[in-house]
Design a protein around this ligand. Structure first.
Ligand code: ADP
Ligand code: MG
Length: 160
């Protein structure tokens, strides 16, 4: 009996230690087709629901994820086959989302991120994707190398 009590105590302690540093992660790979963009956006929205977000926070994140994934499909892989790697993580009140492609990459990231800059010549793109990501998330970091691909890492505090 005494042994049982001790075991219970130590289990509780382990559980509470885990609670402090708990990071929950969702990893997804989608084929670079526009039909899959909605799936990525909704999956991240469902994943973040454990943070008890407001509708506005969910919409902000969905918009940012949608822009990043669409960029991977359209610009990164230029409509060709490829895989978009999505990782979402929750740690305390912070949500971070990484969207990565192994596509053409960006030569001048600073210029690409300027509002209304687009390399698109069809007139279909507004060049506001990065601006939306910046507006709707707290932080955005873009890592890219021509010929290697692009990774967008976005962070947002939920429920302040
Ligand atoms: N994943 C990516 N791979 C390659 N180029 C990209 C990627 N994401 C963005 N870009 C470049 O950055 C530009 C700006 O992106 P964005 O602000 O979303 O505007 P838009 O998509 O409307 O052109 C794009 O036109 C493209 O040249
Ligand atoms: Mg875009």
């Amino acid at each position: 009996m005494g042994y049982g009590v001790n075991a219970d105590d130590s289990l509780k302690e382990e559980a509470s230690q885990r609670e402090d540093s708990k990071k929950e992660v969702l990893r997804m790979e989608i084929e670079s087709r526009s039909e899959n963009e909605e799936f990525a956006r909704v999956a991240v929205a469902v994943f973040m629901s454990r943070m008890n977000p407001t509708m506005e926070e969910i919409d902000d994140v969905k918009t940012a994820v949608s822009e990043a994934v669409t960029n991977g499909i359209i610009h990164g892989y230029q409509g060709k086959e490829g895989i978009i790697y999505i990782e979402a993580a929750v740690e305390g009140r912070e949500l971070s989302v990484s969207v990565r492609d192994k596509g053409v990459g960006i030569r001048d990231v600073k210029r690409a991120m300027e509002p209304m800059y687009t390399s698109d010549v069809t007139g279909e793109r507004s060049g506001m994707g990065f601006s939306f990501m910046e507006a709707f998330m707290d932080e955005i970091e873009v890592l890219s190398e021509p010929g290697k691909g692009t990774q967008v890492i976005m962070k947002k505090q939920i429920g302040r």
